[in-house]
Ligand binder design. Structure first.
Ligand SMILES: C[S@@+](CC[C@H](N)C(=O)[O-])C[C@H]1O[C@@H](n2cnc3c(N)ncnc32)[C@H](O)[C@@H]1O
Length: 192
């Protein structure tokens, strides 16, 4: 929405009609059109200088093949030299002791977040528990396929991208061994 407000042509792709209905309470179809479809395969009209997937969205694709297809789909939408920007968590596997299958990643009054891991399938399920003073809690869960940054870079190579820059976050902080997420900029190889 902020990009569209600055006069930049923006098109979205989302699989979920309810999510798009939420978007429509904030901005109309003319300002931010959305194609309903799978980001690994759907086509948005036109050619773009930038494609982006923020807030861990690529991990919503639950197989490696779909994630590679998503990179290739991004490449299909880009002009030569265009960028694909991904914001993604670094898997917290260094905190997962052998034999343990769940990690609490956040706890505060009224909220506990924990991830369960299936390290064979490279899957995790995020569990969000919210609760008040009573004994009842509300649980929301989302499945993900987690990806180490180097695997993501290889997916980029398969789709014709080079990693141009990697930061730890949107402030441009240096990416280090302690970073819990990254913002990575892939550049599509210019046409030969
Ligand atoms: C974490 S949210 C992304 C954040 C949101 N776009 C924003 O900027 O606030 C993930 C979004 O990806 C959508 N999604 C999940 N799997 C998808 C798929 N295979 N193809 C397209 N969209 C998908 C979900 O419906 C959801 O809207």
């Amino acid at each position: 929405m902020p990009l569209a407000e600055r006069g930049i042509r923006v098109t979205g792709i989302d699989l979920s009609r309810p999510m798009v209905e939420r978007l429509r309470t904030k901005v109309d179809e003319r300002a931010v059109p959305v194609v309903i479809g799978d980001m690994a395969t759907a086509t948005a009209p036109g050619q773009y200088s930038l494609v982006y997937l923020v807030y861990n969205t690529i991990s919503n694709l639950l197989t490696q093949a779909e994630q590679v297809a998503c990179f290739r789909n991004a490449a299909r939408h880009l002009v030569p030299g265009g960028r694909f920007v991904i914001e993604l968590e670094v898997p917290e596997l260094r905190r997962l002791p052998p034999g343990q299958e769940a990690l609490v990643y956040h706890a505060e009054p009224g909220y506990v977040g924990l991830d369960t891991y299936d390290t064979v399938r490279q899957h995790l399920v995020s569990h969000h528990f919210t609760f008040g003073e009573g004994r009842q809690a509300r649980l929301a869960r989302s499945p993900h396929r987690y990806v180490w940054p180097s695997e993501l870079d290889l997916m980029g190579q398969l789709a014709g991208f080079d990693l141009e820059k990697r930061w730890a976050d949107w402030s441009g902080a240096e990416f280090t061994a302690e970073s819990r997420s990254h913002v990575s900029v892939y550049r599509l190889s210019p046409a030969p």
